[in-house]
Design a protein. Structure first.
Length: 277
């Protein structure tokens, strides 16, 4: 992209180096006898966005990998192989299906947090004809205790967050996850240093994609919709939620699925944020 300078009825092009900066190294001829040499002049433009709101799980914190490692720990601890669960990958696949379905019901307000926590384990065990509510609740407790100690992040997470911080963006998190668990994840993964506000569903008494959690986040961060950008992997919660309140959005399409909601930007890995921020 280039900018133009008009002088004595003539236009002269400037070379640009990035989205928010213009680097000029050219000669502007004013008339036949005089000229001004502009050498390496650096102009800082106002950034379009000031506040960046990130989702946590599945966007920067690799929930699937961390969850799988946690369940493998529990598979060993509770000797599930001796109970007939010999194929761990199959067990994890069943758990993921139940967890996804129950999270959908939770975000829509059909079930409470406590039911989600233990029932995803219970239904996974029930697939192997293990109807043990006590065991399910014990495993659920241990799962939430171990999970936030896992620290697998998506590639380029620290690099891109440091890059954005150095560029002057104010960064925040908006998450539907359980507050105590999310704060432990952030601390253990060394992410706290990047984010000013961490907005949880419990603190805001709302869940993405509802307007209330986004309004709460904007108020807490003293941000405006026009200068804010929502960045997340979930089209229903993050992208549609951002659109509903009038915020520009970035769909972090790690799985490279066909998008169904029109995000402002779509990326397949976090480093691509450098292309427009």
């Amino acid at each position: 992209m280039c900018s133009k300078f008009f002088c004595n009825g003539k236009s002269y092009s400037f070379g640009c180096s990035c989205n928010n900066n213009i680097h000029i190294n050219t000669i502007l001829i004013l008339n036949k006898d005089r000229r001004i040499i502009v050498n390496s002049l650096h102009i800082q433009l106002e950034m379009k966005y000031k506040d960046l709101f990130f989702d946590l799980d599945h966007t920067i914190w690799d929930f699937e990998l961390n969850s799988k490692e946690t369940l493998l720990d529990l598979h060993h601890k509770y000797q599930l192989e001796a109970k007939g669960i010999t194929d761990f990958d199959e067990f994890y696949s069943k758990y993921s299906e139940h967890n996804h379905r129950l999270w959908d019901r939770y975000t829509k307000g059909f079930i409470k947090q406590e039911e989600l926590r233990w029932k995803r384990i219970y239904l996974s065990l029930l697939d192997y004809k293990i109807a043990d509510e006590k065991l399910s609740k014990e495993m659920s407790h241990d799962y939430l205790d171990i999970l936030p100690d896992k620290t697998n992040l998506f590639p380029y997470t620290h690099e891109i967050l440091e890059y954005l911080q150095n560029k002057g963006y104010k960064m925040h998190l908006i998450t539907n996850g359980f507050q105590a668990v999310q704060f432990k994840k952030i601390q253990n993964s060394d992410l706290a240093k990047y984010f000013i506000e961490v907005i949880t569903s419990e603190a805001s008494n709302s869940l993405k994609p509802h307007r209330e959690i986004f309004e709460f986040a904007l108020n807490a961060s003293n941000a405006t919709v026009e200068a804010s950008l929502m960045i997340g992997d979930n089209e229903a919660a993050d992208i549609q939620g951002g659109i509903n309140i009038g915020m520009d959005t970035v769909f972090v399409n790690h799985l490279e699925v066909v998008p169904t909601v029109p995000a402002t930007y779509t990326i397949t890995h976090l480093k691509e944020l450098e292309n427009f921020l």
